[in-house]
Ligand binder design. Structure first.
Ligand SMILES: NC(=O)c1ccc[n+]([C@@H]2O[C@H](COP(=O)([O-])OP(=O)(O)OC[C@H]3O[C@@H](n4cnc5c(N)ncnc54)[C@H](O)[C@@H]3O)[C@@H](O)[C@H]2O)c1
Ligand SMILES: [Fe+2]
Length: 357
């Protein structure tokens, strides 16, 4: 069986394209009381593009806190705030920020039309009703969250996405101007997410020509940006496309060793996705030799220091939990190592890798 891939149906790419948001929202507003919900990373609160958002009198702007990555309790709280605001059904949800904010927007759009808690829908194809029309506007490039059919959430018992055909955005606006001002390290870590997506796709057993085409281009864009001498403004355009292509690549294949181990690290130690992947990838020369070498050259060229000694002094129960979470991600290991992955990636092997970090 081949995957019947749902992709984002409408996309605008270009500098200043965020100013087209009013035109995009206009057909969604049925009357003067129609309510658009803007979920904006609070880091952007004072920025001019936020002051210029096309918010009408009945719209709601919520500045979201992504100091920690999205949790199901936070999604439920935001959903309640939206419902309590006017009692009217919203006509659109717009998410503006990095991967965390885009995931919050996707999840809130779904939870406005589906009963219960967002934790009830963590898994595959558990959502019964289409969400509210939702628009994604990334302000960091690399996660591919703008194209994916998931919203990654930490729930009461696990970190797992709401994967469904209703999850992808109805519209995305890729405006490279919005990447300006991101801290240098954060920009690098998030961009490396797309480099690693491509690496895991290309060297995985699920690889196919569709996925390969996107992955190769995504990686070559990252290489040009971080190994070449590209003007910053052009680099932002390139990174935005690298992110989209990296996302398209894994959408039709799967991630691998790095993401599986990173999920364990982030579940137990709360390490964020971008930096977590970088910490793990640095130790995976055995699995992705050439790409890990390239990655290290990029680290050096940009004077990026990775934290070390994360697992020093970690208690045995925490180590076991980390290994359990990582090894539970069966499809990732199947892609990375093939059907007999369990023989290759034993709990002891995973422990050995974690101890190096
Ligand atoms: N849905 C998916 O397919 C998918 C894929 C990969 C990762 N993710 C999720 O994405 C998240 C990681 O996203 P991310 O790496 O984009 O970072 P992020 O959204 O977690 O943001 C990281 C930090 O950068 C700040 N920030 C964002 N944009 C900025 C800007 N332009 N200028 C200054 N600061 C800015 C944020 O406030 C935050 O402090 C994780 O929660 C991860 O689980 C989702
Ligand atoms: Fe990722």
């Amino acid at each position: 069986m081949y995957r019947n891939l749902r992709v984002v149906p409408q996309l605008i790419f270009g500098r200043g394209s965020v100013r087209q948001l009013a035109d995009i929202l206009a057909p969604q507003r049925q009357d003067d009381l129609s309510q658009v919900v803007f979920l904006v990373d609070r880091v952007h609160r004072e920025k001019s593009f936020v002051r210029e958002l096309p918010a009408a009198a009945h719209d709601l702007i919520l500045f979201v806190n992504v100091d920690t990555e999205p949790k199901t309790v936070y999604v439920d709280e935001l959903t309640r705030q939206v419902k309590d605001f006017s009692g009217r059904r919203s006509c659109a949800v717009v998410g503006i920020g990095g991967g965390s904010t885009m995931d919050l927007a996707k999840a809130v759009a779904l939870m406005l039309t589906n009963p219960g808690s967002s934790s009830d829908y963590q898994g595959w194809d558990l959502v019964n009703h289409p969400g509210i029309y939702h628009v994604g506007i990334p302000t960091l490039a690399g996660t591919g969250a703008e194209v994916s059919r998931t919203t990654v959430l930490t729930g009461p018992t696990r970190k797992l996405g709401i994967n469904s055909d209703y999850t992808p955005f109805d519209q995305i606006i890729l405006d490279p101007d919005l990447l300006a001002g991101a801290p240098k390290d954060q920009r690098f870590f998030t961009a490396m997410d797309s480099f690693i997506h491509a690496s895991e796709a290309l060297l995985g057993t699920f690889i196919n020509q569709f996925s390969r085409a996107f992955a190769e281009k995504s990686q070559s864009l990252c290489r040009e940006v971080f190994l070449g001498d590209i003007d910053a403004a052009v680099a932002d355009e390139m990174l935005m496309i690298a992110s989209y292509f990296g996302g398209m690549s894994i959408a039709y294949s799967q991630v691998g060793v790095c993401h599986a181990l990173c999920y364990g690290l982030s579940y137990v130690l709360g390490v964020r996705h971008g930096i977590g992947n970088c910490i793990v990838f640095n130790h995976l020369e055995e699995y992705y030799p050439e790409d890990v070498r390239t990655f290290r050259t990029m680290l050096e060229k940009h004077h990026i220091e990775l934290p070390r000694g994360l697992t020093v002094g970690l208690g045995e129960p925490q180590m076991q939990e980390m290994i359990r979470v990582a090894l539970s991600l069966e499809p990732l290991w199947q892609n990375a190592l093939g059907p007999d992955w369990k023989a290759q990636m034993t709990p002891e092997r995973a422990r050995g890798l974690y101890l190096r970090m």
